[in-house]
Design a protein around this ligand. Structure first.
Ligand code: BGP
Length: 463
């Protein structure tokens, strides 16, 4: 590639999620969400909250009160897009009320005002790893078909209120993660049988498709996408058995995009269901509804995976899923294997498979930053990670892949999803808050702030 070229309309920015940054977890009518009862992180256990016992996420990074300051900093970096989520429990605190909570709706009005002021396009995730806890306790979460209706009503309320100025939407964050952490995804116990997990996932896929239609009907010029945690998986060796295992592992996450982008269940999943004695209740109306396909595919990309057919080699260390270490890659402090080339492979893979525009809505490096005596934070490792990935994105664009934009994860430090800690930081903006709950919440710029500003200003020419 001679010169790095990103399209003119390419959207540049960052991505945040309500439950990891807003705090104010019971303010202005908000009730408990599933994320509020997982203070130890996604993999952690669900807890009964005790009166007077607080958790890091309860205050987050206080975005609820500091959004204007934070958005001004994003604008200073030159963001043209901010991916954010709406907390379902601010709009319908219990999930099944007849009327929405006006105070919750008004909060996001103010956030969108601020974005508008700075000419930043919002990309809104309707549900990012949370749902009203009441829907779980009363109805059994997504295992219950009724939840589809509650989600439709919630989405309709958002489209009515914000449709004039929010044109870009995502239905569910990392919808495929429900397979691995069901409570976070579909609000059912993590130990649930596979048949129940797939039934709950089916309801969520139907809800997603139904809301795609709703969005198109209600908001002229809208674009609505899915969101998957993408993990291109390579075979550990060229042994055909390993190659096939990698194919099977890829199908685990591609299944979701297959349904959402093509509008029907792929044939390979039926064999998987048969072999695992899984019967999913799919009505003729569901089949019809699924035909409402998304406009674009969005995904998070942090690492690639590596698969082997040799079960004795599999360990869970170093990867989120049951795969093996790739001997050619280094890992982050949290064992996430760093693979810039993987994003080019992934972009080409998704483009070939779906021929739909792609949006990179999460990518980044979680690291422990050090504040030096003079207050500086020299996060060169983060710059290197992002730069290496963006070079490969540019290569993919040169390969002919249509990429709509790039929103790096956590442009401002926020609470980690998997660990519920503060010390795993992703930001260009440092937040003075620590794992033990101390800190002033003050914001300061890291070295990567100026670097990213330069990237956006030059439209990716200066990396
Ligand atoms: C994705 C989630 C985000 C985010 C990110 C980083 O899976 O969509 O919510 O947190 O991962 O993960 P972590 O915070 O665990 O480092």
């Amino acid at each position: 590639m001679n010169q790095i070229l990103f399209p003119k309309a390419f959207l540049w920015g960052g991505a945040i999620a309500a439950n990891q940054c807003e705090g104010a977890y019971l303010t202005d009518g908000k009730a408990l969400s599933t994320s509020d009862v997982q203070p130890e992180g996604l993999m952690g256990k669900v807890i009964e909250r005790e009166a007077g016992v607080g958790y890091l996420k309860d205050d987050g990074i206080d975005f609820y009160h500091r959004y204007a300051e934070d958005i001004a900093l994003f604008a200073q970096m030159g963001f043209t897009c901010l991916r954010l989520s709406i907390a379902w429990t601010r709009i319908f605190p219990k999930g099944d009320e007849a009327e929405p909570n006006e105070l919750g709706l008004a909060f996001y009005d103010k956030v969108f005002d601020e974005l508008e002021k700075h000419h930043i396009t919002p990309l809104v995730t309707i549900s990012h790893y949370e749902m009203p806890l009441h829907l779980v306790n009363e109805y059994g979460g997504w295992l219950n078909r009724k939840t589809i209706g509650f989600y439709e009503k919630y989405s309709k309320t958002l489209f009515q209120r914000y449709g004039k100025r929010v044109k870009h939407w995502l239905t569910f964050n990392e919808i495929n993660v429900s397979l691995h952490i069901p409570f976070t995804g579909v609000g059912i116990p993590n130990e649930s049988p596979l048949a129940e997990i797939y039934q709950a996932i089916h309801h969520q896929l139907v809800a997603s498709a139904s809301v795609v239609k709703l969005c198109h009907d209600m908001i002229p010029g809208s674009l609505i996408g899915n969101m998957i945690a993408a993990m291109p998986t390579y075979p550990l060796t060229c042994k055909p058995e390993d190659v096939w295992q990698a194919n099977l592992d890829n199908n685990k996450w591609l299944f979701f995009a297959d349904v959402q982008a093509r509008g029907y269940y792929p044939s390979y999943i039926q064999r998987f269901f048969d072999e695992n004695k899984i019967i999913v209740d799919i009505t003729p109306e569901d089949t019809l509804c699924l035909k409402n396909t998304i406009d674009f595919i969005s995904f998070s990309y942090y690492m690639s995976g590596c698969a082997t057919a040799d079960k004795s080699k599999i360990n869970t260390e170093g990867n989120l899923l049951h795969m093996v270490q790739n001997p050619h890659l280094k890992s982050s402090e949290w064992g996430w294997q760093i693979d810039p080339k993987g994003i080019r492979i992934l972009l080409n893979m998704l483009w070939d498979r779906y021929q739909k525009p792609l949006f990179i809505v999460e990518n980044g490096l979680g690291a422990k930053d050090v504040v030096e005596a003079d207050g500086k934070i020299q996060d060169d490792y983060r710059i290197e990670y992002l730069k290496d990935h963006l070079i490969e994105v540019a290569e993919a664009i040169e390969d002919g892949v249509e990429v709509m934009g790039y929103t790096s994860w956590g442009p401002i430090d926020l609470i980690s999803a998997s660990k519920a800690e503060m010390s795993k930081r992703y930001g260009f903006i440092y937040v003075d808050r620590h794992d033990d709950g101390t800190g002033s919440f003050a914001r300061s710029k890291k070295a990567s702030f100026t670097w990213y500003q330069g990237v956006i200003r030059s439209q990716g020419k200066t990396l």
